[in-house]
Design a protein around this ligand. Structure first.
Ligand SMILES: *Cc1c(COP(=O)(O)O)cnc(C)c1O
Length: 386
């Protein structure tokens, strides 16, 4: 491998994170959410590691992501929930993927796919209990259930799930959390009164899995926590919840050189050396998902990296392929030496959460945006044999 940077993903960390989540959620089962290339960690190896850790379901937003899991030979129960008219629901049925329905058109298309494939659909009806995003509005649930249960009576589908998603799960005391939980309970009760035999009622993402046992129901759907990051950094760190960040982002210095005082660094000279110093060139940039907002300017310290056990901020602007560190006068670093951008934090190095705070975003975005150009190197053995 010659690429001078990589995301090293610890599959054993993913597996042990899922085990910690399963312990917390029990008796509810765990659906590991592996959308967006498993939050940037690599879809198939991450999914296998999550299953090895005790997840019994997988969740993927896009139909194509779910199909990719099946194409890799993963047979676990699997739900997909985000698609537009014309999606390949026939392929989803042929692959044995459960499909979420949020609208009458979606149910119509799913039932058309049932007719064309001869397969029965397993349907999870998604209810908008207050997020204001996907899901059928509660006042339209009865009509949608009516159509679905008529199709069920004809053998076309089985309504196996009622589910929803929180707006404020990361603030467990926010009044919307209780309000959404109440709307959800009513939706479940309605479906059961109508005769649906629900296998799984599910509402909790990572934050609700960690902070709100009253909404675990039959199945929890953590994503971020599977990858070891805290969804509620104000309430608890990864370690507080028994989680280990699974991704380490690292690069090798591509150049180390001496420069004089007053030397402008990178585009726009946002950093100017205050004395004779050593610059180190890190060959990873915004094309690899390093936010340009991680730049270090006169006004703002750049995002943290660790090199030779010391922590430095990025100097000057992050470019497409590279950024620069001001290593200081007399620095002993050499080209080829590894720089850690973020990792577990156990070695005193920065975490994705540290990056999120500097950049003004959430750790979800830091790991998910790691570019497709960067190799993922999977270490550990969880799920590798399976
Ligand atoms: C992404 C997603 C999840 C997982 O959310 P986390 O906050 O990462 O745990 C769960 N359910 C739905 C519907 C999602 O879109």
């Amino acid at each position: 491998m010659t690429y001078p940077a990589r995301a090293v993903v610890d599959l054993d960390a993913i597996s042990s994170n899922v085990t910690a989540l399963a312990d917390r959620a029990g008796p509810a089962a765990v659906m590991a959410v592996v959308k967006a290339d498993a939050y940037g960690h690599g879809l198939v190896p991450s999914a296998r590691a999550a299953l090895a850790g005790g997840a019994t379901w997988l969740g993927a937003a896009q139909v194509d992501e779910a199909l990719a899991l099946r194409a890799a030979g993963i047979g676990a129960p699997l739900l997909t929930w985000l698609y537009a008219p014309g999606a390949a629901l026939d392929q989803a049925l042929l692959a044995g993927i459960d499909v979420s329905v949020s609208a009458a058109w979606a149910l119509d298309e799913l039932l058309a796919a049932v007719r064309s494939t001869g397969r029965t659909a397993r349907v999870h009806i998604k209810v908008d209990t207050g997020l204001g995003r996907n899901g059928v509005m509660p006042d339209e649930l009865d009509a949608l259930l009516g159509t679905a249960l008529r199709a069920q009576a004809e053998g076309a589908c089985a309504v196996v799930g009622i589910w929803s998603h929180f707006a404020w799960a990361d603030a467990p005391d926010h009044p919307t959390v209780l309000a959404q939980a109440e709307v959800f309970a009513e939706a479940v009760a309605l479906a059961e009164r109508r005769g649906a035999q629900l296998e799984v009622r599910h509402l909790a993402n990572s934050a609700a899995t960690l902070t709100n046992p009253s909404v675990h129901y039959d199945l929890v759907r953590p994503g971020l926590a599977v990858f070891g990051l805290s969804p509620v950094p104000e309430l608890g760190t990864s370690a507080d919840y028994g989680l280990t960040p699974a991704m380490r982002l690292e690069a090798e210095l591509a150049l180390v050189k001496q420069v004089p005082a007053g030397h402008g660094v990178s585009y726009g000279h946002e950093h100017v050396t205050s004395g004779p110093t050593t610059l180190g060139l890190v060959p990873i940039g915004y094309a690899d998902g390093i936010p340009r907002h991680a730049s270090g300017t006169a006004e703002r310290r750049g995002a943290p990296v660790q090199v030779s056990g010391r922590r430095l901020g990025i100097a000057g602007r992050v470019c497409m392929d590279q950024f620069v560190l001001d290593l200081g006068p007399g620095a002993t670093e050499q080209a080829g030496q590894t720089v850690e951008l973020f990792g577990t934090g156990a070695d005193g190095g920065p975490t994705a959460q540290d990056w999120a705070e500097v950049v003004g975003t959430i750790s979800y975005e830091v790991v998910t945006r790691v570019g497709t150009r960067l190799p993922r190197v999977h270490v550990g053995s969880a799920g590798v044999a399976g």
